[in-house]
Design a protein around this ligand. Structure first.
Ligand code: NAP
Length: 497
């Protein structure tokens, strides 16, 4: 099995820094990892820019071959990736095997997609020399890659949203060199994946700087990356606080750049009265299962449920709590994330009526459920913030009007869900009209954990769910973040690509 070295990958060389940090896996020894600085970022950004002209001129078939080769090398390293991933994150083996499948699936999906040419969105308005009163020029529009892209690995998806995750796959598919800032919670996993990518870059005859990795555990590294003048755009998944800080840095640069951040969401679920009456117990069990999947460490965790007041709503809550009592403590991704969960749930406990709280110990946590009335929710904006982990807030609404009012007060979300039967249609239609302004994705009679990687998927939404409502970080449309339209006027045939 490959042994991680804790080094950066810069312009094809594996290099160390003087300063180091030691990783803190859930099990097994930590790895000594080089602390990247502005000097490593500068070298990587210059190398990425130096190769941009050649890679952006390559035919899409070459990018497709690179993506498929990366997927094949990741498959070859599957056992090592899973072993380091399980040790570092505490996520179960089966989850990481499935996440690896999704990761290579995304790479292959982008390979197929770019071969279709759809991402180029080519448009042609032929010249009209005889148009009166003025002739029209010949116009050709095409989407072109934007330049070197910085990607921040996410703690909660060490594979599918990290080193070779969706941001990296879509940027490489666009023809952009990528510099990944590895997440300090899983440096060994990240390095093994980076080695697979580097082999593919070499096999396919790409410049070595098409993919680079910098590691570190200080905010200075992330800041240096987004502030570097040769970086053209940033992909990020993580907390609202960090995402907002980096977004503001991007906006304050002498030349501002787009920051595509996927930040916080509480993913409200609306249980409508007919659905509640028909299958309340079934829905309660399904909500409890969704809430605790992966210790609730999903950006799409259904952390807010809106439930009608009355005996059927009470019975729903009883069934959900009974199901949650059966859930064993699960390790969180890092000690910091576990501490954050405990602190935030303690704060929520002071503002709400506790429905269920289990035991927590070290990195292991159990679910936490609390209840408030619609008016309490409305009066307390602190209840609208994401609590990352197996946390659910239940809001009891006395009538459909207060459910609609609550929906109007919500911040931007990645997802909103309706549990609905045909008899709920009038209320559901009114809710839909409100929720489609709130979320990137609306589900009916499902739960939001788990996302289909496909062409019609949106994984984004109004702020604070994301920093740019026009984008998705999952699915083929994700490539749009790394391309921009250029219109060519009266370009002679001998220059048309
Ligand atoms: P994070 O704190 O947002 O960090 C994400 C990345 O940004 C890391 O590479 C981090 O590296 C860097 N970073 C953080 N603050 C920064 C700053 N001020 N300036 C520059 N870079 C900065 O996320 P996390 O480490 O994954 O977990 C912490 C919290 O994030 C969790 O408690 C959870 O609430 C949230 N989270 C949310 C989602 C979601 O999908 N909504 C996903 C994962 C995590 P350094 O620490 O090395 O600077």
């Amino acid at each position: 099995m490959i042994e991680p070295t804790g080094q950066h990958l810069i312009d094809g060389d594996w290099v160390s820094s003087d300063a180091k940090f030691t990783s803190t896996p859930l099990t097994g020894p930590g790895v000594e990892v080089s602390e990247g600085t502005a000097a490593e970022v500068d070298r990587a950004a210059k190398a990425a820019e130096a190769c941009f002209a050649s890679v952006s001129a390559m035919p899409v078939e070459r990018h497709a071959a690179l993506l498929r080769r990366i997927a094949a090398h990741i498959d070859d390293q599957g056992d090592a990736i899973t072993a380091y991933g399980v040790a570092e994150t505490g996520l179960p083996n089966a989850r990481l095997v499935a996440e690896r499948g999704r990761t290579v699936g995304q790479l292959r999906l982008f390979a197929d997609y770019i071969e279709s040419g759809d991402q180029l969105d080519q448009r042609h308005d032929p010249a009209q020399p005889d148009r009166s009163p003025v002739p029209a020029p010949d116009l050709r529009l095409v989407q072109r890659p934007i330049g070197p892209v910085a990607v921040f690995g996410a703690s909660n998806f060490p594979l599918a949203f990290s080193t070779a995750g969706g941001d990296t796959a879509s940027a490489l598919a666009a023809g952009c060199p990528v510099i990944v800032k590895g997440h300090p919670a899983h440096p060994a996993t990240g390095e093994i994946v980076a080695r697979a990518i580097a082999s593919a870059v070499s096999d396919e005859g790409y410049p070595a700087a098409m993919f680079q990795l910098v590691q570190g555990s200080t905010h200075d590294l992330g800041r240096a990356l987004v502030e570097h003048p040769l970086i053209s755009a940033v992909g990020f998944t993580g907390s609202l606080g960090a995402g907002r800080a980096l977004f503001d840095l991007c906006a304050r640069r002498p030349v501002p750049i787009p920051f595509f951040g996927e930040l916080g969401s509480i993913n409200p679920v609306f249980v409508l009265p007919h659905a509640l009456a028909a299958r309340g117990a079934e829905l309660a069990k399904a909500w409890a299962a969704s809430l605790t999947m992966g210790a609730g460490q999903f950006c799409t965790n259904p952390g807010l449920i809106v439930l009608p007041k009355g005996p059927e709503g009470d019975a729903f809550l009883d069934v959900a709590v009974a199901a949650l009592q059966e859930v064993a403590a699960q390790p969180m991704l890092t000690t910091g994330i576990a501490d954050d969960f405990i602190n935030k749930t303690q704060q929520i406990a002071k503002m709400s009526t506790l429905a269920f709280q289990g035991q927590t110990k070290d990195r292991d946590v159990t679910p936490f459920i609390s209840c408030v009335s619609a008016s309490e929710f409305s009066a307390n904006p602190a209840l609208r913030h994401e609590v990352f982990g197996p946390f659910g807030l239940v809001v009891r609404t006395p009538d459909p009007e207060s459910t609609l009012s609550l929906a109007k007060e919500l911040d931007g979300q990645l997802t909103c869900t309706l549990q609905v039967d045909e008899g709920d249609a009038p209320e559901a239609r009114q809710l839909l009209a409100i929720l489609e302004r709130k979320a990137g994705r609306i589900l009916a009679n499902g739960f939001p954990t788990g996302v289909e990687v496909a062409s019609a998927m949106v994984h984004g939404g109004p702020y604070p769910a994301s920093t740019n409502f026009g984008h998705t970080s999952v699915g083929t449309m994700a490539i749009r973040r790394w391309m921009r339209p250029v219109s060519y006027l009266d370009l002679p045939d001998y220059l048309v690509a």
